[in-house]
Design a protein around this ligand. Structure first.
Ligand code: OAD
Length: 224
């Protein structure tokens, strides 16, 4: 079994989705796509951190919702279960999920711009420099204009090609390569089920579309 999640799975925890307004955010006059870009890391890393510290402070007190908790339970219930997320908020892990494949990184980690080492960076007073080599640290998140972390998509694609059941939960399915995972699963013969209050470009290729909120629908699935 494979589940691919997007911003919609965290919406009921209070995290804004991208295409319902979050993406329209402006930080100190700069649109989200500029302040959250690989180019800005090179031009003005302190400004990028300022923006990420702001977002981290908004996320700090948020809690996983019923969908995150149920997906964490599935990991115990089903022997072969892969959870792939596009979210960087860490709420799946906070709910107890392990070995989550994070396609777009994690806002609670930092990465060295020199040696590429990754560090947990949850505290408000995060270090600026790499403890290994002294170079600057940046958020370990995939920004606009950047590639996915090495290996993450390959692992997810392999799980998608091997799964029998694929859930696509709370994603607009507009951003590739993440959105190709359900297509890969479908092409390999899996049953694909989407959970989303809205239609997406994937809806027409899904075997089943459950229209509604993740926090309401996901906990019902194993009951029926
Ligand atoms: P989007 O904001 O594009 O889509 C969120 C989806 O969640 C929409 O289809 C909503 O209908 C749905 N939704 C809203 N509330 C929901 C709920 N309670 N339950 C279930 N679904 C709900 O977010 P993503 O698809 O995650 O990339 O966006 C993909 C990527 O685009 C993000 O990871 C980000 C962005 O650019 C990077 O930052 C690299």
């Amino acid at each position: 079994m494979l589940a691919l999640t997007g911003a919609g799975v965290s919406a009921e925890s209070g995290v804004p989705t991208f295409r319902d307004g979050g993406n329209a955010a402006v930080w100190k006059g700069m649109p989200f796509t500029v302040i959250s870009s690989g180019k800005m890391v090179q031009q003005d890393l302190p400004a990028v951190w300022e923006w990420f510290d702001y977002r981290r402070n908004l996320l700090r007190s948020l809690q996983p919702n019923a969908a995150h908790r149920e997906l964490a339970r599935w990991q115990e219930t089903f022997p072969e279960f892969t959870l792939v997320t596009q979210n960087v908020d860490g709420l799946h892990q906070k709910a107890g999920s392990r070995n989550v494949i994070e396609l777009h990184g994690n806002i609670w980690r930092a990465r060295c711009v020199g040696c590429d080492s990754r560090f947990k960076s949850e505290a408000e007073n995060r270090p600026d420099a790499c403890p290994d080599c002294g170079e600057l640290l940046r958020p370990d998140v995939v920004l606009f204009g950047e590639l996915l972390p090495h290996g993450a998509f390959e692992l997810a694609a392999q799980a998608a090609a091997e799964c029998e059941l694929c859930f696509v939960i709370g994603t607009s399915a507009l951003v590739y390569p993440a959105a190709s995972l359900p297509e890969l699963a479908k092409a390999a013969g899996a049953f694909v089920c989407e959970i989303n209050p809205e239609q997406t470009p994937l809806s027409s290729v899904c075997d089943e579309v459950l229209t509604g909120k993740a926090g309401e629908i996901v906990p019902m699935l194993c009951k029926s």
